[in-house]
Design a protein around this ligand. Structure first.
Ligand SMILES: Cc1ncc(C[n+]2csc(CCOP(=O)(O)OP(=O)(O)O)c2C)c(N)n1
Ligand SMILES: [Mg+2]
Length: 254
């Protein structure tokens, strides 16, 4: 288990990444703020603690690409800063994503290929809860368990909002853990997706099940700017005037 100092370091990295993402939103004149801010701690835990040499991470919910691209930049890569991602393996982008429901099947194909070729390493893929409403997601659950892809790790950013509606109102995902387990996956629920302690504790658990592994990570859409949290309007919206002031104040941007 990591000591407290490391988590303090990660917390300050999360603050910085939110600040930089917010500034990039202003500069580019566009903002998928909600879904970017809900996954900041997950992203940092994956990149700072979990990923090893032969592992790959794929962001399927690529409308929230800004924090990933900004994080990869800090690591010496030079990905393009665009909403949605275009394949660029030299710069840490392993496949094109942005059309919802595609990153997970592609990641599963990669995990399958690794298995066939007896290659080391795991494939991590993050999807949104909105993507759990795509048919391809459920086909992929079937395929990954059939092939016993225990080198595949699925992370669901469960922020309970898809685009401009609450998941519960549009197409509920009730008993999501049970649903996933019924597809013969191992599934772990993480209550607080903004706690580095909790994310690290769960993400470092060994998977001895011979099954693919899914994490349902409960998060808050728009986390970090109280006035914007859990408000579907902040799925995609250009930041303007007073909103910029509010965001800067909450994120402590000077
Ligand atoms: C196939 C497809 N349909 C629609 C869209 C437009 N779109 C972009 S994000 C989004 C939903 C966002 O909600 P969610 O998927 O839960 O993402 P998050 O809450 O993590 O931002 C939609 C409908 C798309 N990118 N791809
Ligand atoms: Mg969502």
């Amino acid at each position: 288990m990591r000591n407290k100092r490391n988590f303090t370091n990660l917390k300050s990295k999360a603050t910085k990444l939110r600040q930089e993402t917010f500034n990039a939103f202003i500069k580019k004149g566009e903002a998928h703020l909600g879904g970017s801010f809900s996954m900041i701690e997950i992203l940092l835990t994956i990149y700072e603690i979990i990923l090893k040499k032969n592992d790959k991470f794929i962001l399927s919910k690529a409308h929230a690409s800004f924090p990933l691209s900004l994080l990869l930049k800090k690591k010496g890569f030079r990905p393009k800063l665009t909403t949605h991602l275009e394949i660029d393996p030299k710069n840490g982008i392993h496949c094109t994503t942005g059309s919802l429901g595609h990153g997970f099947p592609i990641a599963t194909g990669m995990a399958f290929a690794k298995k066939k070729q007896r290659k080391k390493g795991r494939i991590f893929v993050m999807i949104s809860d909105g993507e759990c409403q795509e048919g391809t997601t459920w086909e992929t659950f079937l395929i990954a368990s059939k092939h016993k892809l225990d080198n595949l790790v699925l992370i669901i950013d469960y922020n309970k909002i898809q685009a401009l509606s609450k998941i519960e109102e549009v197409l509920p995902l009730s008993n999501l853990k049970k649903k996933i387990e019924s597809f013969n996956w191992k599934c772990i629920n993480i209550k607080d997706g903004h706690s580095f302690v909790s994310l690290t504790k769960n993400f470092t658990k060994k998977n001895n099940s011979k099954k693919p592994l899914a994490f349902i990570v409960n998060t808050t859409k728009g986390k970090g700017i109280k006035e914007f949290e859990n408000d579907p309007v902040w799925h995609a919206r250009q930041l303007k005037g007073k909103e910029i002031e509010i965001g800067k104040k909450r994120l402590n941007i000077k």
